[in-house]
Design a protein around this ligand. Structure first.
Ligand code: SAM
Length: 278
């Protein structure tokens, strides 16, 4: 029999030995006990129930031994204030992508038709539709399994988002045009070594050819076919990809305006391309 204080002490020691962060302790306990951390802090001298201890130990082992991301162990994360289910078929939405949502909301107007290209878990689409109920949101992905997760998140968050399976802009060519397109595609260069936790995320969500630029190239090349004149494409980019993406605009677009914005850490993160009248 151990108290919560002892459970914390033991868990911290194990995490320290493996140079892992402590934040999982509260997250796992909040999930198991269904109470918030303030309540857990007040339970220090209470004895930990056997079932709670067993479940907590399993979760901690998944994290420490298998190096599984905390969000996959829990089966959910929070993005832009919304609870988003995740599994090994989708990228875990990142904090910097919330900044992409913020930026997109600056451009989205009432009644706009908005595309979340490469939607994964659907986190961006859900955030946009929850923020602006009077827009039409379409979300697409090449992964059938990812779209299943997006479908669940759309339903659980009670929003109306149309989900489309397909390869980048292909499903929309000659059919649909959008006022705003938001896209966080795979953009990691194939020779970049990611850490052991990120390795659990699907390769299709992480890597792209040509130093990570291949998806940007395909989208920018065909952009005029699915973005209205005056419309805006917002791309999340890697910290060193601004020049590459600006070069692609130069190569494929005639009359446009392009700007790059930094994230809270001071890295180039969001490129906004506006198509102008020729
Ligand atoms: C970096 S993840 C972004 C997921 C989500 N939008 C987010 O920000 O958390 C990229 C997503 O693009 C999808 N993807 C990869 N190649 C694609 C393609 N050719 N066409 C459409 N989606 C693609 C992957 O399945 C993955 O869900």
């Amino acid at each position: 029999m151990i108290t919560y204080a002892k459970l914390f002490e033991n868990a911290k020691k194990k995490l320290d030995l493996n140079q892992l962060e402590h934040r999982c302790i509260y997250l796992f306990l909040e999930d198991i006990l269904k109470v918030d951390r303030t309540k857990i802090m007040l339970m220090r001298d209470e004895i930990v129930d056997d079932q709670v201890l067993e479940r907590f130990s399993e979760m901690l082992a998944d994290y420490i031994i298998d190096l599984k991301p905390i969000e996959y162990i829990l089966g959910y994360t929070y993005f832009y204030g919304n609870k988003i289910s995740v599994n090994e078929f989708v990228l875990i939405p990142r904090d910097e992508t919330e900044e992409l949502v913020e930026k997109a909301l600056e451009y989205i107007k009432d009644e706009d038709k908005v595309l979340d290209l490469c939607t994964g878990s659907g986190a961006i689409a859900v955030a946009l539709k929850k923020s602006r109920d009077n827009i039409k949101v379409v979300a697409s992905d090449i992964s059938k399994e990812a779209l299943e997760v997006a479908k669940m998140n759309v339903k659980d968050n009670k929003v109306d988002v149309e989900l489309v399976l397909g390869d980048l802009l292909e499903p929309f060519k000659g059919k649909d045009k959008f006022e705003v397109i938001v896209c966080n595609p795979p953009y990691i260069s194939k020779d970049y070594v990611v850490n052991d936790i990120v390795k659990h995320e699907p390769s299709v969500a992480l890597y792209a050819d040509d130093n990570g630029l291949s998806n940007y190239e395909r989208v920018i090349k065909d952009l005029k076919e699915i973005l209205v004149v005056g419309g805006v494409l917002l791309l999340e980019i890697g910290f060193d990809q601004k020049d590459g993406v600006f070069g692609l605009c130069e190569k494929y677009l005639d009359n446009y305006e392009v700007n790059c914005y930094k994230d809270v850490n001071g890295n180039d993160r969001i490129v906004v391309i506006k198509l102008k009248e020729c």
